[in-house]
Design a protein around this ligand. Structure first.
Ligand code: SF4
Ligand code: FES
Length: 246
């Protein structure tokens, strides 16, 4: 395949960025999107040019680091997958593909397509955990009976990989889908009840402090989330927040 790429290039978050055009040939339809970028970078390095910086790690849809806006959509045109799971067969020979970073004030650009998503880590650290006394008398989690529906909804929420697509696609750059998934994964389980009130208050406060916007129920986050996290989690988090406040 021959492709025309329009890629956002920016040295750091102080410098001005711009779209730079590249042409790339001999791309196999079986390559992943990131492998296509690897081919481009090999070419750029061979020609003595600066390769395009982009984030990646697992390349199998579980780490959440491959955050790219492809033709105006986070993780590209397919629903329910991450950028690393997107294959070039989804594009046509001769296509023009625009590739940009995930844009949000709370995700400052580090270089080119790499953004700093450590705000998510700080929200997680503010309450996304349970404290367990491991003194030797710890109860086996499997001995606590949990209703199947509760276990399923906790597990569904726990599949959030912290990629940030929900923020990047939201017109308000809201992190509510991410934070609500992290709150729900605990609030649906008995183990999460001990710190439930403090958790939701701390995580919501931290989310506001990090500068993420509010939710106006547009629903784009749910559509673009590669893990299908439901916006029902946002309603649940709002209920948990009110309960904790009262
Ligand atoms: S809720 Fe979905 S889109 Fe948002 S960070 Fe989690 S996995 Fe990514
Ligand atoms: S590289 Fe890990 S989810 Fe894409």
């Amino acid at each position: 395949m021959k492709l025309f790429l329009k890629i956002w290039r920016q040295n750091n978050n102080k410098s001005k960025g711009k779209i730079v055009k590249y042409q790339i040939n001999d791309i196999s339809p079986d390559m992943s999107f990131l492998e296509m970028l690897d081919v481009l970078n090999e070419k750029l390095i061979y020609e003595g040019n600066d390769p395009v910086s982009f984030d990646h790690d697992c390349r199998e849809g579980i780490c959440g680091s491959c955050s790219l806006f492809i033709n105006g959509r986070p993780h590209g045109p397919e629903r329910g997958i991450t950028t690393c799971q997107l294959h070039m067969r989804k594009f046509k020979d001769g296509d023009t593909i625009t590739i940009e970073p995930f844009r949000a004030n709370s995700f400052p650009i580090i270089k080119d397509l790499v953004v700093d998503r450590s705000a998510f880590d700080r929200i997680q650290q503010s309450g996304g955990y349970i404290s367990i006394n491991t003194s030797g008398n710890t109860q086996d989690a499997n001995t606590i009976p949990i209703k199947k529906e509760d276990a399923d909804s906790a597990f569904d929420a726990a599949t959030c990989i912290g990629c940030g697509a929900c923020v990047a696609t939201c017109k308000n750059a809201s992190a509510m889908l991410f934070v609500s998934a992290k709150v729900s994964q605990f609030s649906n389980l008995p183990q999460g009840q001990v710190e439930a009130n403090q958790r939701v208050l701390n995580m919501v406060n931290k989310m506001d402090e990090e500068g993420f916007g509010n939710c106006t129920n547009t629903g784009a986050c749910e559509v673009e989330c590669p893990k299908g996290i439901s916006i029902k989690n946002i309603a649940k988090m709002n209920r948990e927040f009110l309960k904790a406040k009262l």
